[in-house]
Design a protein around this ligand. Sequence first.
Ligand code: APR
Ligand code: ZN
Length: 247
Amino acid sequence: MTVAHAAELLSAARRGLALTGAGVSAESGIPTFRGEGGLWTQYDPVKVASIEYFMADPSAYWKVSKDRGRVALVARPNPGHHALAALEANGHLAAVVTQNTDGLHQESGSRHVIEVHGSSRTVQCLDCGNREPRREVQARLEVEMPPRCKVCGGVFLKPTVVLFGEPLPQAAIQEAFSLAHEADVMLVVGSSLVVYPAAEIPLVALRYGAKMIVVNAEPTPFDELADVVIRGKSGEVLPEIVALTGG
Ligand code: APR
Ligand code: ZN
């Protein structure tokens, strides 16, 4: 019933909006932050992913990012990413707003992707502004901790992701909220919905009349607000929904 109901809502959607979190990339091998086996069950996010601690000691960030980067750099889109790209191609989704920084939505064919927490594919030097691909920095981490900027030798090389205590990219967040105002269906996938302002996006969509579908492996704070809640793995559930929306 719930997959069929979600498919019915999405088939009728012309301005659908998806909000994704780490759960949509879990089946690509990238660990989530919360929930079972999440990164924040092993590390204190403030100590390893806040700008304040990063500026005090970039190594603490890079020691965690080194392992995560090794996995993320070889991760490939999973059927959940492809299903979201299909929903966009078939005119049911206007965009995917993602909290993820792994680039897998773009790689799977989604064309309108709004990265509200930035991208981990690029690294920027906070001293001189030099940018280089994260892949190149990964190669140096075995022998250089923290990695140094190739131009100025500085140690404040930071992926272009939003750390705790940093502002979100204004253009991205504004676009996400404006699409939320217009959305007819809000599809939330693989997020614990505890980090703001990203978690506010579905609430705005609801306030402006959107129907909401939540696909998540564990309960979320928004489940009772949703029209449809599907407990499961996005890589399995989303293709089922797409199949029922007529591809
Ligand atoms: N399919 C669907 N949901 C899944 C799957 C899966 N295969 N695997 C895990 N989940 C669910 C988990 O149950 C959890 O509720 O995905 C959710 C992931 O939640 P988080 O790890 O908190 O990720 P997210 O919501 O994206 O975190 C938001 O917090 O640390 C910051 O910047 C980081 O962007 C991140 C933000
Ligand atoms: Zn530099």
